[in-house]
Design a protein around this ligand. Structure first.
Ligand code: UDP
Ligand code: MG
Length: 319
């Protein structure tokens, strides 16, 4: 059996009330890791389930030392459950993140690992098709496109958390202390060489989705606000547009007044005051927003930059 030093890849699986799929999941994972050319550990994170998932995790961890259980004190949400799992990764080469409902085939660990060996730091799975309801598909696809438009850097479209990360990416994500976590954004933010891997997303093996619409919206908000200055910038822009509009309106009214004298007394002054000062207020809000943004960036405390490698005295020093 493998000891701590031998582990190449850790497979992180968040589980929230997944007793219905648990046995099948373990069976699938076991048959994969029994045959890999590299050694794997599996980190099962219990995200405060109220069914028997925690007992099942404890049982398998006692039976098979390749399984590690991280049992959270209560339900923290998918992103935090995965983040907790990543803290316990012992794999020297890195980690793979999969969902516990078998929507992400664990068999792909082999293909992902090959890509890791060829020098990619992040291999992220992209869904070729979605087997979800029409409304959900539409919501996902418009959301990802909006996110791509507004985010400060490129977050790939249609990729979830299913991915393999090199050791250095895991280490970097582990020292990013941000509270509201959007892992697929953080993963893209880290940089290095990243590659998409297209796959067919299976249907959930059993049980129901654990993502309520509220949780989905929360995730979506994190995706926009953690990686985009756009919502703040738009306030200032809107303010300037309003001021410009009020000036045009003002000039037009003066023109009507002089040449046609058909503007009621006091009307334009009132409207102008309302529009102009709304604009001024929007600009002021935008300015305050800029400061808030800076405070946010400072307290979020992400690393300033991440160095891939340094060439010194003619030699490349890997980080
Ligand atoms: N999950 C979790 N905590 C939660 C919600 C979900 O750990 O609060 C886990 C869940 O058990 C599953 C994975 O996250 O392994 C993805 O959840 P789900 O399949 O319900 O999401 P969907 O695929 O419907 O987006
Ligand atoms: Mg699922």
């Amino acid at each position: 059996m493998n000891s701590f030093k031998d582990i190449d890849i850790s497979i992180v699986v968040p589980l929230y009330n997944e007793e219905a799929v648990f046995d099948k999941l373990i069976q699938r994972i076991k048959s994969v890791i029994n045959d890999t050319k590299f050694s794997c550990e599996v980190i099962l994170v219990n995200d405060g389930s109220y069914d028997t998932t925690d007992t099942l995790i404890q049982k398998i961890c006692k039976e098979d030392i390749r399984f590690t259980g991280v049992l959270l004190s209560r339900n923290h949400g998918h992103q935090l459950a995965v983040s907790a799992g990543l803290q316990y990764v012992r794999g020297k080469k890195g980690a793979m993140i999969i969902d516990g409902d078998l929507q992400d085939p664990p068999e792909l660990v082999n293909q992902f690992y090959d890509l890791l060996l060829t020098g990619y730091d992040v291999i992220y799975a992209v869904r070729k098709n979605r087997k979800e309801s029409f409304i959900k598909k539409l919501a996902y696809s418009s959301y990802y496109r909006l996110q791509k438009k507004v985010s400060n850097f490129n977050i790939p479209i249609d990729s979830g958390d299913f991915s393999m990360l090199s050791r250095r990416v895991v280490d970097t994500m582990n020292i990013m202390p941000e509270q509201s976590r959007y892992l697929r954004g953080m993963r893209a933010w880290v940089g290095y060489k990243q590659i998409a891997y297209e796959y067919d997303r299976d249907e959930r093996h059993a049980g129901e989705t654990k993502y309520s619409w509220t949780k989905l919206f929360e995730l979506a908000f994190n995706g926009i606000f953690n990686f985009s200055d756009f919502p703040v910038k738009i306030i200032t822009r809107l303010g300037f547009l309003t001021v410009i509009f009020s000036l045009i309106y003002f000039s037009y009214n003066i023109y009507r007044k002089i040449y046609y004298n058909d503007v009621p007394q006091g009307f334009s002054a009132t409207i102008l005051a309302i529009i102009l000062f709304s604009g001024v207020q929007l600009i002021s809000l935008g300015l305050i927003g800029e400061y808030v943004l800076r405070i946010y960036n400072q307290v979020r405390n992400r690393p300033l930059f991440i160095v891939d490698s340094v060439i010194q005295e003619g030699k490349e020093i890997s980080k």
